[in-house]
Design a protein around this ligand. Structure first.
Ligand SMILES: [Ca+2]
Ligand SMILES: [Ca+2]
Length: 295
């Protein structure tokens, strides 16, 4: 009888495993929070119902803050949080550091939500994990002072990353200027860039486009064209560029080297035989000349 009981216990343990006999309580997960930012106009807004004011809480569409940095400084952003930044121009150089991680900065779309970073990189991230940047025009940035090889010089005109993990999607990064990495500079980071246009940026010494160092970067389905010096430059680490249009060409599956035929005048829609959508009145199709010969 004792032997039979022993056998039964062994079978139960084999089925359940040690963990099967333990009561496991789910770890409490903080609910994701939505935050709101708006400039001083509600024209063309999609997220907010009032103009921005940094005296507001920034936690509802009717009480948006005026600046993105006010949200970052005022709250600790966590995984799943979304900061909705409505149509408008935001003249600020945003700095995100370790305390804020895993959130999304969600613009209303390139050409609608514009970050004009005139005193540093438009967005600078240092030791930030899992930050997503999507739906912006990022322009006028002048870079963040990085120490490289014992020298402190400005890198990353539009976006600068240091020891961070970030995903950048659906952005136009143009008209930024700094010493190295006019569009983006990424140091020892894991950077994913998808569906972005990086054009018209300047590296006054070199690399007007994207400069990656000692990390892992994955650049997919982007146009990197018309930047000064090198369009894409990788120094150490792993840089994978695929299905991109890179001026001068770049090694990688599906990459091309073809003039994208931007409409011009700050409109980065592409001209084609079918015409293009205007950036100011969505749905209004304009015919193009010259055009791609696609067939
Ligand atoms: Ca607005
Ligand atoms: Ca914070």
């Amino acid at each position: 009888m004792k032997r039979a009981l022993h056998v039964v216990l062994v079978i139960i343990l084999a089925f359940c495993g040690a963990a099967g006999l333990m009561v496991i309580y789910p770890r409490p997960v903080a609910a994701a929070t939505s935050y709101y930012v708006n400039d001083n106009s509600i024209a063309g807004d999609v997220y907010c119902s009032a103009i921005g004011d940094n005296a507001n809480s920034g936690t509802s569409p009717s009480a948006p803050k005026l600046t993105i940095q006010a949200i970052i400084n005022g709250y600790t952003l966590g995984t799943g949080d979304v900061v909705y930044i409505d149509t408008g121009a935001y003249g600020e150089s945003i700095s995100i550091t370790t305390a804020d991680e895993g959130a999304t900065l969600q613009g209303a779309g390139p050409g609608k939500s514009t970050i004009n970073g005139t005193t540093s990189s438009c967005i600078y991230m240092n030791q930030v994990s899992g930050m997503t940047i999507t739906g912006f025009t990022i322009t006028c940035g002048v870079g963040y002072p990085f120490e490289v090889g014992g020298f402190v010089r400005n890198y990353g005109g539009g976006i600068g990353l240091r020891y961070s993990t970030s995903t950048i999607t659906n952005c136009i990064i143009s008209g930024n200027s700094t010493i190295f990495g006019g569009g983006i500079y990424s140091k020892s980071s894991t950077l994913t860039i998808t569906n972005c246009t990086v054009t018209g940026n300047t590296g006054t010494v070199n690399v007007g486009g994207i400069y990656t160092v000692d990390g892992t970067s994955t650049i997919t389905n982007c146009i990197i064209w018309g930047n000064s010096g090198s369009e894409v430059y990788n120094s150490g680490g792993t840089n994978t560029v695929t299905y991109c249009d890179v001026q001068g060409g770049y090694t990688g599956t599906g990459n091309i080297n073809q003039d994208p035929l931007f409409v011009g005048g700050g409109d980065y829609h592409l001209q084609s035989e079918a015409g293009h959508w205007t950036s100011t009145s969505l749905g209004d199709r304009h015919s193009d000349e010259p055009v791609y010969r696609c067939r």
